[in-house]
Design a protein around this ligand. Structure first.
Ligand SMILES: *[C@@H]1O[C@H](CO)[C@@H](O)[C@H](O)[C@H]1NC(C)=O
Length: 501
């Protein structure tokens, strides 16, 4: 952080010399080909000077270029406003676009994080052969080449283990550096007997060993488990990894790094017990406290603890009146793990009476109303702050009144739910979202994408519902064509609805 501030200040003061001092090579159509021919490995950024993401990347890219210089990995950039033909010839469609060049013909996209350390570590991996052959001289350096590295100890005659490991390394080369040795003495010195894989890591217990039958899938799953820190940290860079890990995530919310460390240490034995079954991670409650709300925790009381079942998106908040101790959390996690714990569901109370024509749905009556198999149910997912929802409200009320006064009053339900105050099973991308759950077809709801007029909504209900229920509008002066744009969720709202950080 401070480094970046210092950098931009310096850049402002000494703009001219900064350009000269850059380790990023600016290329043109006249220099590009030669550059990628004479440098084995090049990362090229195609940018436009006006592009905000490019500006944000610039200091990170500069930092990566400097740290990769000594490894002879070159970072280049091309200004596409000046070199439009060159950029077009590489199919550049947006800015910034980053591509890895191994000569002119071997080009692969870079789609990692636009951060100096992510770029640096990615390019180092690219510079290594998929498997580096190691000796007693090179092993020690290799062990610390990245946060996590994998080394196989294989007999020189064991072709099959060699092939399995090499194929896996090709597949996962973007994830870890792979090394191998057929030196039996080296294996012995590392405490294993060939064939074996040792994962060296710069955290937790330092290494983990795989000694089962050499099987690509088994080694991959070993690597995934052993490379996940016992107590990790949830943040923008790690969140999607945790969400896609297929394991429940246990969050330790705390406001200071001292407290996160303290609680993490206290819960480490639990994380060890549940390794490979539940991921444990701390989260900075000062920066991401709002995320506690997504787990049905209060957002003003820390430290706190919750488990998220990431596959079904169920939430299990730990009682915030209780103290977070190893024993209390152990009891909680054991119960969760036994499958006997009920998930917490955020819900407004079920309305005692339905006041208007639009049926008010909350989490607690969602199944009874929306999944009533005898009825066609049109449901609007809204947010109280959403302008398009407010604009729709009177029309939606008219629509509901028309059905309520028709022969279909017991067959068609027009409903709405405040999706910010109720946990709904639907994945909502924006507000309002309108879906029809047809009678006899509750597993296949249809999402509405037409314009938000009473007329079009009636057509939608008629065409997609079981009862083909059509009502006619009495009022002649329906205002035509409301904007159909879905209000995209704001960043806070995205947290609310997508559990994104
Ligand atoms: C695996 O096989 C390749 C190709 O034959 C060979 O170059 C390499 O040394 C072998 N690896 C080990 C650890 O023996």
């Amino acid at each position: 952080m401070y480094k970046k501030v210092a950098f931009s200040l310096l850049a402002a003061v000494a703009a001219v010399s900064a350009a000269d001092a850059s380790d990023v090579h600016q290329l043109t159509k006249d220099t590009f080909d030669d550059f990628v021919k004479t440098n084995d490995l090049v990362l090229a950024e195609f940018f436009a000077p006006w592009c905000g993401h490019c500006k944000a990347l610039a200091p990170e890219y500069e930092e990566a270029a400097t740290s990769l210089k000594e490894k002879d990995i070159k970072l280049a950039k091309v200004d596409c406003t000046e070199e439009s033909e060159l950029c077009q010839s590489f199919g550049v469609e947006g800015y910034p676009t980053l591509k890895v060049f191994r000569g002119k013909d071997n080009i692969t996209p870079y789609s990692g994080q636009r951060k100096a350390n992510a770029i640096t570590s990615y390019m180092i991996k690219q510079s290594l052969p998929a498997v580096s052959i190691l000796s007693s001289e090179t092993l020690e350096d290799f062990k610390t080449a990245d946060k996590v590295v994998l080394v196989a100890y294989i007999d020189a005659s064991d072709k099959s283990s060699n092939e399995t490991f090499t194929a896996l390394a090709e597949k996962l080369r973007d994830s870890y550096p792979f090394g191998a040795s057929n030196d039996a003495a080296l294996a012995e010195a590392e405490g294993v007997k060939a064939p074996a894989v040792v994962l060296y890591k710069q955290f937790d217990e330092g290494k983990a060993t795989f000694t089962e039958k050499f099987d690509a899938e088994a080694i991959e799953s070993f690597a995934k488990t052993a490379s996940t820190p016992l107590i990790g940290e949830v943040g923008p860079e790690t969140y999607s990894g945790y969400m896609s890990a297929g394991l429940p995530l246990a969050y330790i919310f705390a406001e200071t790094s001292e407290e996160r460390k303290e609680l993490g240490d206290a819960l480490k034995p639990l994380a060890e017990t549940y390794r490979g079954k539940i991921n444990f991670a701390t989260i900075d409650a000062k920066a991401f406290g709002a995320h506690a709300g997504n787990l049905n925790l209060k957002t003003d009381k820390f430290p706190s603890f919750a488990i998220q079942e990431t596959v079904k998106n169920q939430k299990f908040p730990f009682d915030q009146e209780k103290e977070i101790t190893h024993d209390a959390i152990k009891k909680f996690v054991d119960e969760f793990s036994s499958g006997k714990m009920e998930p917490s569901i955020k819900s407004e109370p079920i309305p005692e009476t339905q006041e208007g024509a639009v049926t008010v749905v909350v989490a607690k009556n969602y199944n009874d109303v929306v999944l009533d198999d005898k009825k066609d149910v049109l449901i609007e997912f809204y947010a109280p702050w959403c302008g398009h929802c407010k604009a729709l409200a009177p029309k939606y009320e008219d629509l509901a009144a028309l059905y309520a006064a028709s022969e279909f009053k017991d067959k068609v339900v027009i409903a709405k739910v405040d999706a910010t105050a109720n946990d709904v099973p639907d994945e909502i991308q924006g507000f309002p979202t309108i879906k029809l759950y047809p009678a006899g077809g509750k597993k296949e709801p249809v999402t509405y994408s037409g314009s938000r007029t009473v007329e079009d909504l009636i057509t939608f209900v008629k065409e997609n519902g079981k009862y083909k229920a059509e009502v006619s509008e009495k009022s002649a002066e329906e205002t035509p064509v409301a904007p159909a744009a879905t209000e995209s969720t704001s960043s806070e709202a995205a947290e609310e609805t997508h559990d994104e950080l």
